[in-house]
Design a protein around this ligand. Structure first.
Ligand code: GTP
Length: 244
């Protein structure tokens, strides 16, 4: 059922790879897949067009591997492959709940999924399919947050929704500082200048230059994806006031 209650036409959702491991040490938790597929089904039923970028940190963290001595470029490509695994698992889960989707990869692997072609992705949106963009930007040194900002700009998303384990952006680390204050709205530039660590500076500056607002919210609260799509003020909005 399409209820048309969404305030957005098209969005880009960034899902943390870490979330995919659920209660496991690493890998993909089938329970989380069922949870996220149902959350997406609910959001999708509002009639919004949804593009998704997933991290790969539940399987492989390129930056950590590089810190442990692995060649950075090799580590980053390995991380990109991890995002493809998450994308295929998510597509499978979406299919099971009756939501049509397509996976597109930035690194060509035609036997596995279709390559990233913007025009084709736009056609998929028109046909009501969720499009999952996998394999990062296809380049080392770029994070999946940067991929999300890039794809959001390319598909002309109204907003970048960053679904993660924290419920917004704080003025300091809420785990270390119990008095940390959560922002309702904060300009991109303040997040960059104050190194608020919610996203890397490349992702933030790309979003700022393209006047792309970002909503940071918790993925772990049931119904949150739908709440954001309906325009409820949850989490933190970065650059929502056009005040950069
Ligand atoms: P429309 O025909 O435009 O409605 O889109 P469609 O995605 O249904 O048609 P298409 O024939 O492009 O794709 C049919 C199926 O094949 C879909 O599941 C696609 O994701 C998949 N597919 C398309 N291109 C490729 C590819 O290069 N590699 C792989 N592995 N699958 C592909």
């Amino acid at each position: 059922m399409i209820s048309n209650k969404t305030v957005y036409r098209r969005i880009l959702l960034k899902l943390s790879g870490e979330a995919f491991k659920g209660e496991r040490e690493y890998g993909i938790d089938p329970k989380f897949l069922v949870y996220i597929a149902n959350e997406l089904k609910e959001g999708h039923s509002l009639g919004v067009q949804i593009g998704i970028v997933i991290g790969g940190g539940n399987i492989f963290r390129g930056v950590a591997a590089a810190a442990n001595g692995m060649d950075r470029v090799t580590a980053d490509y390995t991380g990109m492959l991890a995002t493809v695994m998450n994308a295929l698992a998510l597509q499978d889960a979406l299919t099971k709940v009756g939501v049509e989707s397509r996976v597109q990869t930035s690194i060509e692997m035609k036997e596995v999924a279709e390559p990233f072609i913007l025009r084709k992705a736009l056609r998929h949106f028109e046909k009501g399919r969720i499009v999952i963009f996998a394999a990062g930007t296809g380049n080392p040194f770029f994070t999946t947050d940067t991929t999300a900002a890039l794809r959001a700009a390319e598909i002309r998303a109204d907003i970048l929704m960053k679904a993660t384990k924290v419920d917004g952006v704080y003025d300091s680390d809420p785990i270390l500082n119990p008095n940390a204050v959560k922002y309702q709205n904060v300009p991109h530039m303040d997040v960059i200048k104050n190194k608020l660590k919610v996203m890397d500076s490349t992702a933030l500056s790309l979003s700022m230059d393209n006047k792309l607002p970002i909503v940071v919210f918790s993925l772990m609260v049931e119904g949150n994806i739908k709440r954001v799509l309906e325009g409820e003020n949850i989490g933190t909005c970065i650059g929502g006031n056009g005040d950069e």
